[in-house]
Write a protein that binds this ligand. Structure first.
Ligand code: F6P
Length: 327
C-alpha cells in the first residue's frame, strides 16, 4: 500500500454544527503527522470543479465554535455519475491528494464508497449529520446541537401552548429517522412522539385525544418527524386533526432549518475533535473505507457497508420512558 503523504477534506450533504470542529481536527492532526492537507470546497462538486486549496494550521483557527462549514457543502448530482467521479479522481491526482476524509451523512458516505471502490482510494468518513442515522455509531456530529436547539424551541412553544390550552404538533428534521423527535420529546416532556419507525401515525394522535389528555393537562405537545407524505408531517396531521376534532384547538409548527444552525455544543465539538483525530490515525495505520464513529464512549471504525443504508433501530425503552412519564 502506497504511503499517504497528503489528505483532502470535504464536507458534503446537509451541513451540521460541529463540521468546522471536525475540519479543524482533521487538518491539525494531519499536519501534526507531517501530512499536507487540502481543503475541498462545496463537497464532491468542488472536487469535480477543482475548487481546492492547501490548508495550513491557521486555515482552521477560531472555527471550533462556529456552526455551518467553512468548506461549504453541496448535494452533488454530477458525482452520482461515473463521469463526475472520474473528474473528481483526476483532480485528486492533479493535486497529489492520496487520501480523502469525507464529513457527511448517509448519502455522502455512499458517494465515498463508490469513489473508493472505483479508484482503489483510501477514504475515511466522519459522521456529520443532525439526523443520527448512520449505523454503528451512537451519535453523529451535529445531532446533539440540533437536539438542544429543538429543546429550546419546544420549551418556548410549550409556554404559549399551556397559556391557550392547545394541542401543538411540532415537526422536526431527521429524514427517515426518529432520533431527533424521540429524544427531543423526552427532553421537553412531550405528551407523545410520531416517528417513522412506529406506525400508523395518525391513529396514535387520535388515541392521545381519545384518551383525553385534558383530564390531567391543559396543553399537549407532540413531536413528529418530517415526512414526504403530505398526510404526514405536522401540517398533514394538524389538518386531519382539525377535521376530525373541530373542538380541539390544534396548531402546528415546522422548526425547519434553524435546527441545522448555531454554535455546536460541547458534546459535538468533542465528538468532532475525537473522530477527526482518529480519522488521520486510521489512514496512517492503513485503514480505508471506514466510518469513524463512537460506541460506549470509545472510537470505533465501521466499514462503510455496515454504516450506510442500514437499519439503526430506535431503543424501545426510550419510547416507554416518554410515554410513562407523560401520563
Ligand atoms: O440530512 C440532514 C437534513 O437536515 C435532513 O434532516 C433533512 O431532511 C434534509 O437534510 C434537508 O435537506 P435540505 O437542506 O437540502 O433541504
Amino acid at each position: 500500500m502506497a504511503e499517504i503523504k497528503s489528505v483532502g477534506i470535504l464536507t458534503s450533504g446537509g451541513d451540521a454544527p460541529g463540521m468546522n470542529a471536525a475540519i479543524r481536527a482533521v487538518t491539525r492532526a494531519a499536519i501534526f503527522s507531517g501530512l499536507r492537507v487540502f481543503g475541498i470546497y462545496r463537497g464532491y462538486q468542488g472536487l469535480i470543479e477543482d475548487h481546492i486549496e492547501e490548508f495550513k494550521t491557521q486555515s482552521v483557527s477560531n472555527i471550533i465554535s462556529r456552526g455551518g462549514t467553512i468548506l461549504k457543502t453541496a448535494r452533488s448530482k454530477d458525482f452520482k455519475t461515473p463521469e463526475g467521479r472520474k473528474l473528481a479522481y483526476e483532480n485528486m491526482q492533479k493535486h497529489g491528494i492520496d487520501a480523502l476524509v469525507v464529513i457527511g451523512g448517509d448519502g455522502s458516505i455512499t458517494g465515498a464508497s463508490y469513489l473508493a471502490k472505483e479508484y482503489d482510494l483510501p477514504i475515511v468518513g466522519l459522521p456529520g449529520t443532525i439526523d443520527n442515522d448512520l449505523a454503528g455509531t451512537d451519535a453523529t456530529i451535529g445531532y446533539d446541537t440540533a437536539m438542544n436547539t429543538i429543546m429550546e424551541c419546544v420549551d418556548k412553544i410549550r409556554d404559549t401552548a399551556t397559556s391557550h390550552a392547545r394541542l401543538f404538533i411540532v415537526e422536526v428534521m431527521g429524514r427517515d429517522a426518529g432520533f431527533l423527535a424521540l429524544n427531543g420529546a423526552i427532553a421537553t416532556g412531550c405528551e407523545d412522539v410520531i416517528i417513522p419507525e412506529e406506525k400508523p401515525q395518525y391513529e396514535q394522535l387520535k388515541e392521545l385525544v381519545a384518551n383525553g389528555f385534558r383530564k390531567s393537562k391543559s396543553s399537549a405537545m407532540v413531536l413528529v418527524t418530517e415526512s414526504k407524505d403530505e398526510n404526514g408531517g405536522a401540517l398533514g396531521l394538524a389538518r386531519k386533526m382539525k377535521e376530525e376534532f373541530p373542538d380541539y384547538d390544534v396548531r402546528y409548527t415546522v422548526l425547519g432549518h434553524l435546527q441545522r444552525g448555531g454554535s455546536p455544543t460541547a458534546a459535538d465539538r468533542i465528538l468532532a475533535s475525537r473522530t477527526g483525530y482518529a480519522a488521520i490515525e486510521a489512514l496512517l495505520q492503513g485503514q480505508r473505507n471506514v466510518l469513524i464513529g463512537i460506541h460506549n464512549d470509545h472510537i470505533v471504525n465501521i466499514p462503510f457497508a455496515k454504516a450506510i443504508h442500514q437499519e439503526k433501530p430506535i431503543d424501545p425503552e426510550l419510547l416507554t420512558v416518554l410515554r410513562v412519564l407523560s401520563i
